[in-house]
Design a protein. Structure first.
Length: 108
């Protein structure tokens, strides 16, 4: 598991050049235990920081997705429907239907 974590961290690290990544990978395959130990000692703190950044980015993306999917509150839906009615995009009957649907979602 440590080897896979180290390999993933190597590819995640943007500061390390491609040549250094190749050297680390070569040593990981030739002398895996010693190289893993040296890598964890030398680059462990940066490895933890990169992992934290990746988790924070994934959490932020998840939160943004949930906000977009969750929808808006009933008053926003009614205001949107009213603006559509005022612009002539929907009829008064459609406005009443949208308004009733928004209010029914609020009561649930």
């Amino acid at each position: 598991m440590a080897l896979f974590s180290i390999i993933a961290d190597l590819f995640r690290d943007r500061e390390l050049s491609g040549w250094w990544k190749a050297v680390w990978l070569l040593f990981l395959f030739v002398v895996p235990f010693l190289t893993a130990l040296v890598y964890l000692i030398a680059r462990g703190r940066g490895m933890a920081e990169r992992q934290y950044e990746q988790v924070a980015q994934a959490q932020s993306a998840t939160d943004n997705y949930i906000r977009t999917v969750a929808g808006s509150n009933p008053s926003d839906e009614i205001a949107t429907a009213k603006s559509l009615l005022d612009s002539g995009a929907i009829t008064p009957a459609e406005y009443e239907t949208l308004k009733a649907r928004a209010l029914s979602h609020a009561s649930q």
